[in-house]
Structure formats: structure tokens, C-alpha cells
Write a protein that binds this ligand. Structure first.
Ligand SMILES: C[S@@+](CC[C@H](N)C(=O)[O-])C[C@H]1O[C@@H](n2cnc3c(N)ncnc32)[C@H](O)[C@@H]1O
Length: 208
């Protein structure tokens, strides 16, 4: 048993999160939801930071959406950006089934365009979870900093790309983008950040 399996056994899986995995399997969607241990961490970080407005980039079936929305206090809102209408519909169904439907708003389309619209609307956020197309992570980070309230938390999943990030032989666009994202998360002067190396790596930073 790996250390991650040990943690997952301790955490278990409640009915709402289990339903997301079942739905994803039934619909033949890719099973690339965030790992259970990091899902719990997202809930904790949203709660600990007192975030009122949370932005997610990449909804899939709503697993991380449930984790983020669970951390919100009353009146808090999750805005979730998803490329595909059918995935956004599945995610919405997952949050509704979990009793969290009133806390979430989905915006469908390329997140780069949705982010520009949010900026035009003057929206600001206290917490960001980046988990969409990996080539765009550096761009998403710039948008997050632009849309951040002071002290906002920025998180990004798949920082290790299943080992490709640290493999000098791998230099494709996703890998190069992820290295740039990781470097910025830990050393950009506007941020205080680190990388958590469990699972597929989670980058976490706070905006100064
Ligand atoms: C890793 S999955 C998200 C998993 C989800 N955050 C979770 O943990 O439950 C990545 C998602 O990003 C979406 N996506 C990919 N490119 C995108 C883009 N340019 N704009 C918005 N969403 C995108 C995909 O359709 C997919 O649903």
C-alpha cells in the first residue's frame, strides 16, 4: 500500500464524491478528477482563508467543485470555467445532488475568453483552483493574479505531470508551461508559494 492509498483509506469517500466518480465512469468521461487527499485540502484551504469568491478553471464532473464549495461559508460563491457544455452540465448536476447547486455558477467556453469577460465585469476572487489545459497554466496564473484580492490563495493541480515535469528528456509544450508555472508559483515576487509533491503535485501560493 502506498502512502497515498493509506491517506485515502483514512479519508474514505462520502456519497456525494463517490457519485461523481460513478457518473464519470457511466458517461465515459476521463477520470482525471483531483485526488481525494487534495480535494480535502481544497475544502480546508477555502475554509481557512475565509474565501467568499472562488474561481475554478476546469470543472469536469464536479469533484473539485464539490470540494471547493464545501469550504465556503454562507453567501460564498464558486464560479467555475469549463470548456465543454456537457461537462459543465454534469458538474452542475453533481453539485446540485450534493446540495451545493445554489453556490455555483458555470461559464462555458475557453477559459481564456471567460477570464477576459470576468475582468471586464470587474470581478475579483479570494481563491483560485487551476486545473484545465496544462499549456495555459502560465497564462491562467497571470489572470489569477490580475483578478485576485490581496491575500488570495492560488492553487494548481498536476504540477508534476506524472513525472514529466522533472524529466529532462521531456520538453513538450505542457511540460515547458508547467515548469514555468511552478517556477512562478514559488519565486514570483508577487506571491509566496510552494509545491506539494504528493499525488501529481499541487502548487499553492498566496498573493502578497
Ligand atoms: C483535469 S480536468 C478538471 C478536473 C476537475 N477540476 C476535478 O478535479 O474534478 C480538466 C478540465 O478542464 C477542461 N478544459 C480543458 N481546456 C479548457 C479550456 N481551454 N477552458 C476551460 N476548460 C478547459 C476540460 O474539459 C476538463 O473538464
Amino acid at each position: 500500500m502506498s502512502t497515498e492509498q493509506y491517506v485515502e483509506r483514512l479519508l474514505g469517500e462520502d456519497a456525494d464524491l463517490a457519485r461523481v466518480h460513478q457518473t464519470i465512469e457511466q458517461l465515459g468521461m476521463p477520470e482525471i478528477s483531483i485526488a481525494a487527499g487534495y480535494g480535502r485540502l481544497l475544502t480546508m484551504l477555502v475554509r481557512m482563508s475565509g474565501a467568499k469568491n472562488v474561481l475554478e478553471i476546469g470543472a469536469l464532473g464536479g469533484y473539485s467543485g464539490i470540494c471547493l464549495a464545501r469550504g465556503l461559508s454562507d453567501g460564498g460563491r464558486l464560479t467555475s470555467l469549463e470548456l465543454l457544455q456537457n461537462y459543465a452540465d454534469v458538474a452542475r448536476g453533481s453539485l446540485e445532488a450534493a446540495g451545493l447547486g445554489d453556490r455555483v455558477e458555470y461559464r462555458v467556453g475557453d477559459a481564456k475568453e471567460s477570464l477576459a469577460v470576468l475582468a471586464e465585469e470587474g470581478r475579483k476572487f479570494d481563491f483560485f483552483f487551476i486545473d484545465a489545459d496544462k499549456e495555459s497554466y502560465p497564462l491562467y496564473l497571470e489572470w489569477a493574479i490580475k483578478l485576485a484580492n490581496p491575500g488570495a490563495v492560488i492553487t494548481g493541480d498536476n504540477a508534476l505531470l506524472h513525472g514529466r515535469t522533472i524529466d529532462p528528456e521531456k520538453n513538450g509544450p505542457s511540460v515547458l508551461a508547467m515548469r514555468e508555472f511552478n517556477e512562478s508559483m514559488v519565486s514570483d515576487e508577487r506571491l509566496i508559494g510552494t509545491l506539494l509533491p504528493a499525488y501529481d503535485g499541487l502548487a499553492v501560493a498566496v498573493v502578497k
